[in-house]
Design a protein around this ligand. Sequence first.
Ligand SMILES: [Zn+2]
Length: 89
Amino acid sequence: MSELPAGGRPFLSSAFIVGAQASAAEKLTHAIPGGTWHRQLGRCTCPICGRSRSLLIEHGNRAPLVTCITTGCSSREIIRIVRARGWLA
Ligand SMILES: [Zn+2]
């Protein structure tokens, strides 16, 4: 039994950190308009390009990881915006 599923993302790591950071990513997903949470991953409207379901939210080590999958908006800028709007504590 392999610990690494196809795609190379360690499957165990996200289960391992379920707790404070898990809820941070999930809370952020629900705070952003249109956000939906799917077990380990959030999808919502990107606050920069405004494309619906373009923003992925995953658990990070210190803060949720955000990725705009459609236009590749700057993750740093997205985090700055969500903090400014009070969506991320
Ligand atoms: Zn975007």
